[in-house]
Design a protein around this ligand. Structure first.
Ligand code: AMP
Ligand code: GLY
Length: 423
């Protein structure tokens, strides 16, 4: 089997790792990949958003399956292009990817499908946005409608902060075109959950639920990031809750997308808020696997991933994933100094000589220099996943190796999974 994985972060290293684990003889290429994926296959020096060259590479390689990691190439139509060439691709069409690339579209789909989510309105006019802010209770959340690489949402404690955020996006174009349309919504109380559903457009097969840690610092302090760590499974995600999220959120959303002529095939990521009564509502949808949640979720599988990705790509009946019910995983992200605003590149990285049992280091922002030295090359540098039969042991394994990896400026959280530890 020849697989092309598109992307070069920790999520894509984890996808390539999981594919290699299931099919030892699979021929894996990654575009562009990273030094971690280089150990599992061949990296192609093609940026993930160069969709012409990626389409050509898939043809040249004779790829049996293309797995697209990031949202940007999906929003640009990479999956449409590869499908048009008659190849199997895991990932939605550009039209269906709007569930992530346009928050106003996502809100409209949810309204039509009666999916629970925060009350909201969409604006392109600042005057109208300010008027709405005046008439609604604080706190409010102001979001760029377009893709903003995790920087698009401002949780505003006061109306004044909400007005500042709206002004900055609509008037000062602080987020460029992504913020030329904004969504303002009410603040949801509760606990967040990341739910990953592989879908063929109609049915879903769920991966174990995960919880992300978006803030930079321990105790959920500091600025929002792409995610500083994750764990799975989450005991809050009981089978009742998952059944409810499937019937109230995932299936109605898929049905509505199909009704609109844009069926969604690929990974539908529901970012949920679970309120005190245990009811889920949608904070956001993403059209792809989450990062770093994927690095915690995929190690829990016994198998079935490739079959599920293939069935999703084909639009055929989904097999059940085989999840090991006895395992827990905790992932700690190691970030560079200056992340998330201005990460420093170049620090030399020393990995532990011998890896303790149950620990995998996924590469994200790393590269090898001409001398072969591994160096930091992005905001999130590495993700350390510990797997064990208990959450506590998985947490200790991840934390110990996170501590042992060395590079100048390393920042990481020491409290990944603190909510679970308290349960
Ligand atoms: P988003 O870009 O929509 O994922 O938002 C980023 C983060 O902002 C989420 O993970 C939440 O922590 C927070 N957030 C977004 N929308 C809301 C909301 N309506 N209520 C509470 N928190 C929110
Ligand atoms: N970890 C959040 C995301 O992938 O969007």
């Amino acid at each position: 089997m020849r697989v092309l994985v598109v992307g070069g972060g920790g999520r894509e290293h984890a996808l390539a790792w999981a594919i290699r684990r299931e099919i030892a003889e699979a021929v894996i290429h990654c575009a562009p990949g990273n030094p971690g994926t280089a150990e599992l296959g061949t990296n192609l020096a093609i940026p993930a958003d160069d969709i012409d060259r990626i389409t050509d590479a898939a043809d040249m390689l004779g790829a049996d399956l293309v797995v697209v990691g990031p949202e940007v190439p999906l929003a640009m139509g990479l999956a449409d292009r590869i499908r048009a060439e008659g190849r199997l691709v895991f990932g939605p069409s550009a039209a269906a990817a709007r569930i992530e690339s346009s928050k106003s579209f996502a809100k409209d789909v949810m309204r039509s499908a009666r999916v629970p989510t925060a009350a909201s309105a969409t604006f392109t006019s600042l005057a109208d946005a300010l008027d709405y802010i005046d008439r609604h209770a604080q706190p409010l959340v102001v979001k760029a409608s377009g893709l903003a690489a995790g920087k698009g949402a401002v949780v505003a404690g006061t109306r004044r902060e909400a007005a500042d955020a709206a002004r900055s996006m609509l008037e000062d174009a602080s987020l460029g075109a992504a913020g030329s349309e904004i969504v303002i919504e009410s603040f949801l109380e509760g606990e967040e959950l990341s739910l990953f559903a592989i879908t063929n457009g109609r049915d879903v097969t769920l991966l174990p639920a995960a919880q992300d840690h978006k803030r930079l610092l321990d105790g959920d302090q500091g600025p929002n990031t792409g995610g500083m760590g994750a764990y799975a499974p989450v005991s809050l995600a009981t089978s009742e809750l998952l059944a409810r999220a499937t019937s109230e959120v995932l299936l109605p959303t898929l049905e509505e997308l199909e009704r609109r002529g844009t069926p969604f095939r690929g990974l539908l990521y529901a970012g949920l808020m679970i309120d005190a009564a245990g009811a889920p509502s949608v904070v956001e949808f993403n059209c792809r696997f989450g990062d770093p949640e994927t690095q915690a979720v995929l190690p829990l599988l016994n198998g079935g991933l490739i079959d599920a990705l293939t069935a999703s790509a084909e639009g055929t009946a989904l097999p059940k994933l085989s999840v090991n019910p006895h395992l827990a995983a905790v992932t700690t992200v190691l970030a560079a100094r200056g992340y998330p605003d201005a990460p420093e590149k170049g620090a030399a990285i020393t990995l532990p000589g011998e890896m303790p049992e149950g620990v995998t280091i996924f590469h994200a922002g790393t590269k090898r220099d001409d001398a072969g030295v591994l160096r930091a090359n992005g905001g999130r540098v590495l993700a350390v996943t510990g797997v064990a039969t208990t959450f506590e042991e998985a947490r200790v394994r991840s934390a110990e190796v996170a501590e042992a990896v060395q590079f100048d400026g390393k920042q990481y959280r020491r409290d990944i999974g603190w909510r679970e530890a308290g349960r």
